[in-house]
Write a protein that binds this ligand. Structure first.
Ligand code: FAD
Length: 324
């Protein structure tokens, strides 16, 4: 039976995040020919309609209230709840991002939630979600048998597929009131660069990097590969880098095509944030370091020799910069 699926699209710095398209692709599987409706928030909402149409949305609700220009739980919850009431979807998908993780529980209080989904399959009339559990050590399959299906989609796991369609714009004016929080300004700790949680290549440093200065060779390698720099908590705790770079159980979860761990031992809490990466390369001078157990390629050596060598070789092979 076809289903009506609502997808919450997320934009950052005036462009849609790739996970919005991945969520639309997951929606295509669930909808089985039914309508896919996307929703975007804030003054720029209308700018995203065409792109969302290309990935399968037939309608895009644009909720352009100015209170939605920056994210607050209160304002987004009020707006999304009204859109849900209007659309009456059979299923709702949302990116499993910082915003999604904050907003989803408010909606889930009424609907229930399957969070952090990495795959969606349809078996007969059942929608089967796969999600990691125990910090990525196991995977569980979940089926929602009753009510509205509601799930958050982990970035970089479901390949976004264009359908080449176009979407109708539906202007929706939400009633937003009694806000407890007003965001006046957002000050980013790290400016520019590739977004860590959506990067195709991540070069991470651990305590073995030894200083803030020690991250420079990693940044150079990341620049050559068009990637982002991440870190272990060990490196963050030692104040070699900002906590916004931390990957792991209490940091960001990344699933790039290539993850290079330099001077990281491979504690279970770190693996929780990167073990789903497609190709893992470990550089560590200790051949017994646990990170080698999950690495596809291991280099036993001093990262300060190995990383610059890799940068030089990649430069030669790939030219100045590549996009993977
Ligand atoms: P270390 O374990 O000290 O490893 C440093 C490695 O560098 C060693 O293997 C060493 O051989 C190698 N090395 C040293 N010099 C060089 C060199 N010149 N060249 C090559 N290799 C070198 N950790 C996270 O990362 N993310 C989390 O989200 C996280 N959450 C946590 C939550 C909880 C509740 C707890 C208790 C812990 C958490 N941790 C987390 C911490 C985690 O347990 C580890 O302490 C941390 O990951 C270790 O960081 P590290 O690998 O950089 O440091």
């Amino acid at each position: 039976m076809s289903k009506k699926v609502l997808v919450v699209a997320e934009a950052r710095d005036k462009s849609l995040r790739n996970v919005s398209f991945e969520a639309l692709t997951a929606a295509q599987r669930i909808a089985k020919g039914g309508d896919i409706i996307a929703v975007t928030f804030g003054s720029d909402a209308a700018n995203y309609v065409a792109e969302l149409g290309k990935y399968g949305a037939v309608k895009v609700y644009t909720v352009a209230n100015k209170e939605l220009d920056t994210y607050t739980t209160d304002a987004y919850f009020q707006a999304l709840r009204q859109v849900i009431e209007d659309v009456q979807p059979d299923a709702i998908l949302m990116p499993h991002t910082a915003i999604g993780k904050d907003l989803a529980p408010r909606i889930a209080a009424r609907l229930g939630l399957v969070s952090d989904v990495i795959d969606v399959q349809v078996e007969g009339s059942k929608v089967v979600f796969t999600r990691p559990i125990y910090a990525g050590k196991a995977f569980e399959k979940k089926t929602v048998t009753d009510g509205t299906v509601f799930a958050t989609v982990r970035p970089n796991n479901i390949a976004a597929e264009e359908t080449g369609g176009s979407a109708e714009k539906v202007d929706f004016n939400a009633e937003i009131k009694d806000l407890r929080t007003i965001v006046k300004d957002i000050v980013r700790k790290t400016a520019g660069g590739v977004d860590l949680s959506e990067a195709k290549v991540v070069i991470s440093g651990g305590r073995g990097v030894k200083s803030a200065e020690g991250f420079k060779p990693l940044q150079e390698l990341a620049d050559v590969l068009g990637g982002a720099v991440g870190a272990s908590r060990g490196a963050c705790d030692a104040e070699y880098c900002d906590y916004s770079l931390q990957i792991g159980q209490t940091g960001k979860v990344v699933t790039p095509d290539l993850y290079i761990a330099a001077g990281i031992s491979g504690a279970i809490q770190h693996l929780a944030g990167m073990s789903s990466s497609k190709v893992i390369v470990a550089i560590n001078k200790d051949p017994e370091a646990p990170i080698f157990q999950i690495a596809d390629y291991g280099i036993v050596g001093d990262l300060f020799e190995v990383v610059p060598l890799l940068t030089e070789e990649f430069k030669k092979v790939l030219g100045e910069t590549i996009t993977v």
